[in-house]
Design a protein around this ligand. Sequence first.
Ligand code: ADP
Ligand code: MG
Length: 283
Amino acid sequence: MAQRFRPVTEPDTQQPGRPVPARSTGTGDPGPEGRHGASRDWADAAGNESPAASVRGFSKAFGSRVVLSGLDLDIAPGEFVAMIGRSGSGKSTLLRALAGLDGDYDGSLSVRGPVAVAFQEPRLVPWKKVLANVALGLRVRSPQSVASQALDEVGLAERAGAWPLTLSGGEAQRASLARALVREPSLLLLDEPFSALDALTRMTMHRLVLSLWSRHKPAVLLVTHDVDEALALADRVLVLGDGRIAHSARIPMDRPRDRDHPDLVALRLQLLTELGVPAESAF
Ligand code: ADP
Ligand code: MG
């Protein structure tokens, strides 16, 4: 039975015009542990657990074009966060920085523990078989057996010996998820991983991601342009706009969720309005 809830605007929603904090660690030396060395303890005086990811005053420009400006965000351990925003609003830019793929920014990022990313394109190495792709770069005693177990978890065990180019879109994304899983991430970054899949496969992938998440409990930051995907999966939905978190709504509702639940219908409309989509096109 789904719980009743009221979408709420979260305290980390940022108001336009808020100044960017002065501290800047983005262009500095990441140090021996790397930018994500994660040695800092984020637990507060009340003993609350430290965030899986913490972003403060994050700003990023490409030339004179400012994409993100003074963005703040905390993601709790095991929390499933979805981020929506118009194309070009800077979602991938933030994800790339959290993944440690782009260190040229202002502000600070802190990520606790290993991070793994899955992109819209599965990015499998075509000349390595599926199992070898999942095991690639793994620094454990028996990478093949760890990879094989991950493939089993995503329902792809029988394709372990296949070449990536022979996989369907859904299978390739399963392989990509397995490759992320074997890293046992405490933060899993997903950049529109299902947007190229057909509707049926996408729904199957949603179930798979939820079951993997409930078993492994990483914090997740899922970027999606699909409001319904965000509503189906996330504990919290963020709207990125004007370079920062423009809106944040919590969804304390059991999964699987009924997309026609009146509260979800109301929240869908609210999020579409935040995105600037006219209400009449929501149906
Ligand atoms: P989103 O993922 O929200 O669609 P991105 O984060 O990919 O948006 O990009 C945000 C903006 O930054 C876009 O205008 C994009 O063109 C620009 N941008 C992204 N990467 C680069 C780059 N390497 N060089 C120049 N501009 C870039
Ligand atoms: Mg993107």
